[in-house]
Write a new protein. Structure first.
Length: 306
């Protein structure tokens, strides 16, 4: 066999390639393949969200630029913190349900991950890569972002909801408490004004950053000490000709959970400098005279003792 190859070389005049020449040929081939990556990435935009597996047949190990667990997306990794929310999160309609970004949002920066076998970027959104239409994961909650709402900006003018406080706060616990919008369902309240193309005096008010910034999230509690002392919002509403601002005042610039004041739930030893139950229940408005005998109007339960 070796003699036959030598005879062919003598007939064609070819000389055996040196190791250096073969290495150069391999390098040229690699460069040619790399130049095709952008074209392959653009072609993959037309694929369904699950078709990564059909494209990811190219050999070699994918480069994961996010660091750490590449299968879990991080808003704080790489260039992500510098990107506008609309670069990835689009609002084609006013649906309150958040949607996963399309492939193009990822390919613009991570084309190499889409065309090389072994990349974990698909696992950011897909729970499995099996089949022609791999299933998407459930959209995550506020694991990296907090939520801020400024009551002072929404109590007057064009920013005030049509129903005032009742637009967001609904009766809860049989009317005793009031609800506070939270989680993705809260978008239903916000999007009644913050539509996809809405703008305010300061500019865009439709972007995610209008309400969300990176940081920890803590829900404002819907409990209050007054609820354990027989207070109920249901007995202090429109039927009694009362408004929210009869008892609650908005403090501009205060932090979450401290923007709206509440009366101190005390009747007999309240401070004259603060609003308390005594402000209204003063033996004139509450009982209509000087009779303090009907204490059980407020004090109820088997454990109460005079």
């Amino acid at each position: 066999m070796r003699e036959t190859e030598d005879e062919r070389r003598e007939e064609t005049g070819a000389t055996p390639a040196s190791p250096r020449a073969r290495a150069r040929l391999r390098a040229l081939a690699a460069c040619a393949f790399a130049s095709l990556l952008p074209l392959l990435a653009l072609a993959s935009v037309r694929l369904t969200p699950a078709s990564h597996a059909s494209v990811a047949a190219a050999p070699a190990r994918a480069f994961e630029p996010q660091g750490g667990d590449a299968a879990r997306f991080s808003h704080s990794a790489g260039r992500h913190p510098t990107l506008a929310c609309a670069s990835c999160h689009e609002r084609p309609d006013n649906s309150p349900a958040p949607r996963w970004p399309g492939h193009k949002a990822c390919i613009d920066c991570h084309a190499q991950n889409f065309v090389m076998r072994g990349g974990q970027i698909c696992a950011n959104c897909h729970s499995s890569l099996e089949g022609n239409n791999p299933p998407l994961k459930a959209f995550p909650g506020l694991t990296e972002f907090n939520m801020r709402f400024d009551h002072a900006r929404h109590v007057s003018g064009g920013a005030r909801p049509a129903e005032g406080c009742a637009s967001c706060h609904r009766p809860a616990r049989r009317g005793v408490a009031l609800s506070i919008p939270a989680g993705a369902p809260a978008h239903s309240n916000c999007y009644s004004c913050h539509t996809p193309d809405s703008r305010g005096p300061a500019g865009d008010i439709a972007s995610c950053s209008t309400c969300h910034t990176q940081g920890g999230y803590r829900r404002t509690p819907t409990t209050a000490r007054a609820y354990s002392l027989s207070f109920s919002h249901a007995a202090h509403g429109a039927r009694q000709r009362m408004r929210c601002d009869d008892c609650h005042q908005v403090r501009a610039g205060a932090g979450q959970g401290r923007q709206v004041t509440s009366p101190q739930p005390t009747q007999h030893f309240g401070s004259a400098r603060a609003q308390t139950c005594m402000t209204c229940h003063n033996n004139r408005r509450a009982f209509g005279g000087d009779d303090f005998a009907d204490c059980k109007r407020c004090h109820k339960g088997q454990t109460f003792r005079f």
